[in-house]
Ligand binder design. Structure first.
Ligand SMILES: C[S@@+](CC[C@H](N)C(=O)[O-])C[C@H]1O[C@@H](n2cnc3c(N)ncnc32)[C@H](O)[C@@H]1O
Length: 286
């Protein structure tokens, strides 16, 4: 017999998904399951094993669902975001890592796979998603993470605490940041701000992602232009760069890499939805 007032996981999922759907949350069922699993303190794939949700736990789930219905990012409510093989702590002040960046990291890891101690620099590190993933999946790599936001840095420090990642507070496009690494780096990986100012974005992005993490000038290329120059200076001959970009920049960013004259093997790559998402290149010898 069920405890008084308890509901099944299915009932609660349907009711919460209905609340989220009415608030135009893009994936109401997935988010409902995520919040239920979070409150029950179990992985999502164990939900099928739960028979009843008590009144107390349902109240906690509903409280979180109401906040999600206000379009607060799901990951801010659970306090963590999955990224490849790691879980990153996230909250107000830091950009929530996105699945598309996992592909850029995969490309970077393939590029350094044969090297026992590659030097990798993550420019615009945010929560540390790229840096921490690389350090975790290529334990021999020496990883440096550059970030300038005072709000993001505590999250970066927290996420990198159990790794060997070196954190540098500074402007990723300035030649004065990590000048000691110029000409020594095997891979520069970056997911910078790249959305053109004025682009319509979801309430989660507009009201919660830090603007400096999302937007970069009217054409969205304000930071990327500087990154191309900085990557050329940091990389050793044969070193590689990967830069995530807006889906409208599948030609513009490869063109910037070619125009710099410092790179060969310039290519662009799609994300999981088939949209142009990151550009890569290899440093030529001077
Ligand atoms: C799109 S977020 C990416 C964060 C992380 N790399 C990821 O993939 O989740 C961009 C980050 O770049 C930082 N940023 C923007 N301009 C910067 C600059 N000139 N120098 C260093 N960091 C910068 C922002 O504070 C933000 O944390």
């Amino acid at each position: 017999m069920s405890p008084i007032g308890s509901k099944t996981v299915r009932q609660v999922t349907d009711e919460i998904a209905h609340v989220l759907s009415a608030a135009d949350v893009p994936s109401p069922v997935a988010d409902a399951r995520e919040l239920i699993a979070f409150v029950l303190k179990i992985p999502k794939n164990r939900l099928a094993l739960v028979t009843w949700i008590t009144v107390d736990l349902e109240a906690k789930i509903r409280m979180l669902a109401d906040r999600r219905a206000q379009r607060i990012p799901l990951q801010y409510l659970t306090g963590s975001a999955p990224f490849r093989y790691v879980e990153l702590a996230v909250g107000p002040g830091v950009f929530v890592p996105r699945p598309e960046t996992e592909l850029l990291v995969g490309w970077g890891l393939d590029a350094i796979a044969g090297q026992s101690r590659p030097l990798v620099v993550d420019l615009c590190a945010g929560s540390g998603a790229i840096a921490v993933a690389v350090a975790t999946e290529h334990p021999g790599a020496v990883v440096v993470a550059v970030e300038r936001s005072a709000d993001a840095l505590p999250w970066l420090r927290r996420n990198a605490a159990a790794t060997s990642v070196r954190i540098v507070e500074g402007d990723a496009v300035s030649p004065a940041t990590v000048p000691d690494l110029d000409g020594h780096v095997d891979a520069v990986l970056s997911n910078p701000p790249y959305v053109p100012l004025g682009t319509p974005v979801s309430p989660e992005v507009a009201d919660h992602d830090p603007p400096a993490a999302v937007f970069a000038d009217h054409d969205g290329l304000g930071v990327i232009r500087g990154l191309v120059t900085r990557a050329a200076a940091l990389l050793k001959p044969g070193g590689v760069v990967a830069i995530e970009h807006d889906d409208t920049h599948g030609s513009a960013v490869p063109d910037l890499l070619r125009a710099s004259g410092a790179f060969t093997e310039v290519a662009d790559h799609d994300d999981l939805t088939g949209r142009p998402r990151f550009a890569t290149a290899r440093r030529l010898a001077d």
